[in-house]
Design a protein around this ligand. Structure first.
Ligand code: HEM
Length: 493
C-alpha cells in the first residue's frame, strides 16, 4: 500500500488487501460506477487490489482534470496481458504518456488534422451512397454500417475498399478484436495483478504462449496490409507514414501497428454510433419528421444532401450532437492514468491512479440536461459540443473524420428512408440498459428494422447517385492528394 499523502475522494468502503476488488463489476461496469457516483459525488475513489481508481462523473470535473491538467492525466493504466504481451507495447491507445508516445502521435497528426480530414470527404460521399443503395435491398443494417465505416478507413490507410464486409482483412480484424477484448478483461489474467509473474519461465507462465499467438495474428495482418498498400499506385496513409520524418528511427513493424490501430479504431466506433442513431429512430421517432422537413426545404427531392449542405442543416447537426450525448459507445469511459500526484478541491489523487471519465453518468447529468434519457435534438440548438471524443493529450485523433462520416450518413439516411420497426404498427422501442451489450464498447442488441425509401422518387435518386459516383479508389486518392496540396498541406508521399 502507498503511504497516503492526503484525503482521497469519497467512495465505497474497502476491505483489507482487496479494497473494492470484490465489488469490481465484470459486465456493464458503468452501472456500478454510476451508483457510486450518485451516492458519493462526481469524484469517487475506489481501490481495485492496490490500484486507486478515480471515477469522474460530470463534465466540469472531467474538463478540469483530464483537460486542463492534461500534463498529469494523459497516461494509460498498465495492462500487462493486453498491452505488453498481446501487442508488445505497440498499440498507441495503450502506450504510456512518454516521448515515444508523442513521436507516434506526431507521426499520425498530419493525416488526422481538421484540414486533412476535410479533404477525405469524397470517400465518405461515395461510401455513404453505397450504404443507401445496399439498404434498398437489405435491412441488415449493422453489417452495412460496419462495411461503410470500414471501407472509409481501409481506403485511406491502405488504398482498398471493403466492398462486401466479408474480406479476409476485416474478418481477421474481428478475430483480433475478440482476442484483444479477452486479453484486456479485468480480473482474467493473474499477471495483470502481479506483473512480476512474467519472469516465470514459459512452461509455468502459460499465458505468454497464448499472448504470442495473438500477437502473431495481429502483427501479420498489419504487416500484410501495409506491404500491399506500399505497392499500390496511389497515395495512401501507409506511403505517407513510411516517408515521414518521424518514421526514420522506427521499424516497419512499428509503423504497420500505428496504421493498423488507426484502421481498427475507426470501424466499431463509427458502426456503433450509427446503430445508436437507428435505435433513437425507433425509440423517439418524433424527431424524424422535423429532420425530414428541414432536409426537404433545403435539399429538395431531386438530389442527396451533400457535405456543403450540412452547415445549412442545423437540425441535422443537432441530431448528430444528441446522438453522441444520448448513448456513448463506451459508457464506462476509456481509462487515463496519472503520471504524478495531484490535489483537486482538497482531495489527493495519487500518482499512477486509473482515471475513468464515466460517460454514462456525465451524459445523463440532470443539471445539464432535462429528461436526459430522452432523445431530443432541440437541446443542441445554439449550444457547443461536449467532449465525447475524450480529453487532453489522449483525445480521439480520428474525431474530425468520425464526425464527417457520421454526419453525412445520418443526413442521407434521414433524407432517404423511413426507418421503423419491422412490426407494422409496433410500439416504440423502450430503451433500458438490458437492450445494450455489456462490453467495453456497448452496442444496441439486434433489433429488426425496416429501411423503407420515402418515395419512388427518393429511391430513383439513390440508384442514380450510386450509379454515377466514381468508385475507383486510385482516382479518388490521387484527387485527395491534390486537394491537400490545394489547401496548403504537404502530403509526405
Ligand atoms: C464515431 C466514431 C468515434 C468515436 C465515438 C471515438 C471515440 C474515441 C474516444 C472516446 C477515445 C478515447 C479518448 C480518451 O482516452 O480520452 C478515442 C481514442 C482513439 N481514437 Fe477514436 N472515436 C471514433 C472514431 C475514430 C476514428 C475514425 C479513428 C481513426 C481514424 C479513431 C482513432 C482513435 C485512436 C488512435 C485513439 C487512441 C488515442 C490515444 O490513446 O492517444 N477514432 N476515440
Amino acid at each position: 500500500q502507498k503511504r497516503r499523502r492526503g484525503r482521497l475522494p469519497p467512495g465505497p468502503p474497502r476491505i483489507p488487501i482487496l479494497g473494492n476488488l470484490h465489488q469490481a463489476p465484470k459486465d456493464a461496469p458503468w452501472r456500478t460506477f454510476d451508483q457510486w457516483i450518485q451516492k458519493y459525488g462526481p469524484l469517487v475513489s475506489a481501490d481495485f487490489g492496490g490500484t486507486t481508481v478515480i471515477l469522474v462523473g460530470d463534465f466540469a470535473t472531467a474538463r478540469d482534470l483530464l483537460g486542463k491538467r492534461a500534463n498529469i492525466y494523459s497516461s494509460r493504466p498498465r495492462m500487462v496481458m493486453a498491452g505488453e504481451l498481446t501487442c508488445k507495447g505497440q498499440h498507441i491507445m495503450l502506450r504510456p504518456f512518454d516521448e515515444t508516445f508523442l513521436l507516434h502521435q506526431r507521426l499520425e497528426a498530419s493525416v488526422l488534422s481538421p484540414r486533412a480530414s476535410a479533404c477525405y470527404t469524397p470517400v465518405q460521399d461515395m461510401e455513404s451512397k453505397v450504404l443507401l443503395k445496399n439498404l434498398l435491398s437489405t435491412n441488415e443494417f449493422p453489417k452495412q454500417y460496419e462495411r461503410f465505416a470500414a471501407s472509409i478507413v481501409y481506403v485511406l490507410v491502405y488504398g482498398f475498399r471493403i466492398e462486401t464486409g466479408d474480406e479476409w482483412q476485416l474478418l481477421t480484424a474481428h478475430e483480433v478484436l475478440k482476442n484483444f477484448t479477452y486479453a484486456g478483461q479485468v480480473g482474467a489474467w493473474i499477471v495483470d495483478a502481479l506483473p512480476v509473474l512474467n519472469y516465470l519461465p514459459g512452461f509455468l507462465a502459460t499465458w505468454k504462449k497464448q499472448a504470442e499467438q495473438w500477437y502473431q495474428i495481429e502483427a501479420n495482418l498489419h504487416m500484410v496490409n501495409m506491404k500491399e498498400a506500399l505497392e499500390r499506385s496511389s497515395w495512401n496513409w501507409s506511403k505517407d507514414f513510411k516517408n515521414a520524418k518521424q518514421a526514420e528511427g522506427l521499424t516497419d513493424v512499428d509503423i504497420s501497428w500505428d496504421l493498423g490501430i488507426l484502421c481498427d479504431a475507426g470501424v466499431e466506433t463509427t458502426n456503433v454510433t450509427l446503430q445508436i442513431f437507428t435505435l433513437a429512430c425507433l425509440a423517439y421517432p418524433e424527431f424524424i419528421p422535423k429532420a425530414q422537413q428541414e432536409l426537404d426545404s433545403i435539399v429538395g427531392y431531386n438530389r442527396l444532401p451533400t457535405f456543403e449542405d450540412l452547415e445549412h442543416l442545423p437540425y441535422i447537426q443537432a441530431v448528430v450532437e444528441e446522438n453522441f450525448r444520448w448513448r456513448h459507445i463506451a459508457p464506462a469511459g476509456i481509462p487515463h492514468a496519472t503520471t504524478r500526484e495531484d490535489y483537486y478541491k482538497g482531495y489527493w489523487i495519487p500518482k499512477g491512479s486509473t482515471i475513468m471519465p464515466v460517460f454514462y453518468s456525465m451524459c445523463k447529468d440532470e443539471k445539464l440536461f432535462d429528461s436526459p434519457f430522452e432523445f431530443r435534438p432541440e437541446r443542441w440548438t445554439d449550444k457547443t459540443q461536449l467532449s465525447n471524443f475524450g480529453y487532453g493529450r489522449r483525445v480521439c485523433p480520428g474525431r474530425f473524420i468520425a464526425r464527417n462520416s457520421v454526419s453525412i450518413a445520418i443526413a442521407r439516411l434521414l433524407w432517404a428512408f423511413n426507418i421503423r420497426q419491422a412490426k407494422k404498427g409496433g410500439e416504440k422501442v423502450v430503451v433500458h440498459e438490458d437492450i445494450f451489450t455489456t462490453g467495453f464498447v456497448s452496442a444496441p442488441k439486434p433489433v429488426e428494422v425496416v429501411f423503407e425509401p420515402r418515395s419512388e422518387q427518393h429511391k430513383n435518386v439513390i440508384e442514380k447517385e450510386f450509379g454515377s459516383v466514381d468508385k475507383n479508389v486510385a482516382n479518388m486518392l490521387d484527387d485527395i492528394r491534390k486537394r491537400q496540396i490545394a489547401v496548403g498541406l504537404h502530403p509526405r508521399a
